[in-house]
Design a protein around this ligand. Sequence first.
Ligand code: DX5
Ligand code: ZN
Length: 220
Amino acid sequence: MTTKLIAPSILAADFGNLQRDIEMVNKSEADWFHIDIMDGVFVPNISYGMPVLQAITKHAEKTIDVHLMIVDPDRYIKEFAKLGADNLTVHYEACTHLHRTLQAIKAEGMQAGVAINPHTSVDLLKDVIQDIDIVCIMSVNPGFGGQSFIENTYHKIQRLKELIVTHNASTLIEIDGGVTNENASQLIKAGADVLVAGSYVFKAEDQLETIKDLRQLANS
Ligand code: DX5
Ligand code: ZN
């Protein structure tokens, strides 16, 4: 079995102590930094943009996993590559020409991800699955941290896993929203490869220990 990965979501960090929180993740057993970019149009919230990402990448020593919750993401692909994104995930619902967008992300040397909202069927990815490095299944409606996990996600993971196997693809399945120690094992059992966790990690008293436990659960 390949190693299952943990990606703390920086949206839940303390922005007044951003460098401290980034260094905590560097020191931890986490695998990726998950960075949520929201434009106030695709989702009803605005998070942070390029200058903050630049500050993060200056200190971060692990894979930078950028999750774009923005309309027309093609406009910014080159810029995110320049800023140091390793993975660039766009929303299925925000892309008219998804295949073209995926090729443009790869042309910049990044891993190409597609996120799907809770109402979007994984079956819609059938014809592009071999072009997708990461599918991010949203297990909450995107826009905010700290929401509760949507149970139908397990079913979606299983269907997506079947699709990946059928098409002989090597796509990773990432789960984003409401991940805790209570659902981590079941998510992995259903077929998940990467667990994003925001509030569960950053609201914890011992963040390093929380990441360690989550990673252990995911890999046991
Ligand atoms: C939601 C974001 C998530 C969020 C996860 O729109 O995409 O990455 O930060 O936060 P938690 O783990 O608190 O649900
Ligand atoms: Zn996210």
